[in-house]
Design a protein around this ligand. Structure first.
Ligand SMILES: CC(C)(COP(=O)(O)OP(=O)(O)OC[C@H]1O[C@@H](n2cnc3c(N)ncnc32)[C@H](O)[C@@H]1OP(=O)(O)O)[C@@H](O)C(=O)NCCC(=O)NCCS
Length: 234
């Protein structure tokens, strides 16, 4: 996969949150660290290996769009030269949907199949849960992208949470979105991720809508909900 060229820094690109922590823009050399954090935190801050044990697939789906197509809005938190958290942001959620559907997901799935994905019972169970989610209307596209054209995902490594890294990363991205003249930002959070819901509310987001999402358990399936939070900028 082609790596993006390093982006010019903005006035926010390197800025101490507290001693030893730096918030800066993504560099191609951060890719492995970000992919590792994505894998470790995919299920409400924990690993999702109980649902899918293909770390490459998880990282490809969660991170690759942002580092390939919008690296200029991918922020990292660094402690002692180690990436300990990131915010993947998009100022172009319409483009994100297109690229995910036509580029990222087909490529990630193709590579996973070549690694033997189709032989794993777990992947069939996850696929069935995906179909069930779709059937219940859970792949809803009802976020108003004119009102909330930007979106973000954020993950901080365990051991570095509750130290205002999340706050600092979100502030950087919100400033970028406002600077680009966008009207609002949205983010999806599982309803049972009580901590992250509390964080987004504290950051001034309000709940816009709620979608069903079906996930496999060890021997069954469970219905959850994703809340879409939004924050207006102008
Ligand atoms: C959710 C997450 C991004 C928050 O980042 P963080 O660095 O831990 O949060 P911060 O220390 O910056 O907190 C910022 C504010 O949110 C509040 N907040 C943070 N976690 C909270 C929680 N669990 N409940 C209520 N409020 C919370 C803080 O009290 C703080 O408020 P203050 O400004 O009054 O002090 C981080 O904990 C995380 O990565 N969790 C696991 C992965 C995850 O769930 N990601 C979100 C999925 S979309």
């Amino acid at each position: 996969m082609m790596e993006p060229t390093p982006q010019p820094s903005t006035s926010f690109s390197s800025d101490a949150v507290r001693q030893g922590i730096v918030i800066r823009l993504y560099r191609p050399s951060d890719a492995a660290a970000i992919r590792q954090i994505a894998f470790e935190t995919a299920d409400r801050g924990q690993s999702m290996t109980h649902m899918l044990d293909d770390r490459e697939l998880i990282a490809d789906v969660l991170v690759d769009y942002y580092r390939r197509y919008e690296p200029e809005t991918l922020w990292v938190a660094e402690s002692e030269d180690r990436v300990v958290g990131y915010l993947t942001g998009s100022l172009k959620s319409g483009q994100y949907r297109q690229r995910m559907a036509w580029n990222i997901l087909p490529a990630a799935a193709g590579q996973a199949v070549a690694r033997g994905l189709l032989w794993q019972r777990q992947s069939w169970r996850l696929a069935r849960a995906g179909v069930d989610t779709w059937w219940r209307g859970g792949l809803g596209r009802d976020v108003d992208l004119k009102r909330y054209p930007a979106h973000l995902h954020i993950n901080i490594k365990e051991g570095f949470r509750s130290q205002r890294l999340g706050h600092a990363l979100v502030e950087r991205f919100m400033a970028q979105a406002a600077g680009a003249g966008l009207r609002g930002v949205h983010a999806g959070v599982r309803e049972d991720n009580v901590g992250a819901c509390g964080f987004f509310k504290r950051m001034g987001f309000t709940a816009l809508t709620r979608h069903p999402v079906v996930l496999p358990t060890r021997d069954s399936y469970q219905l959850h909900y994703t809340i879409i939070y939004g924050k207006t900028l102008i």
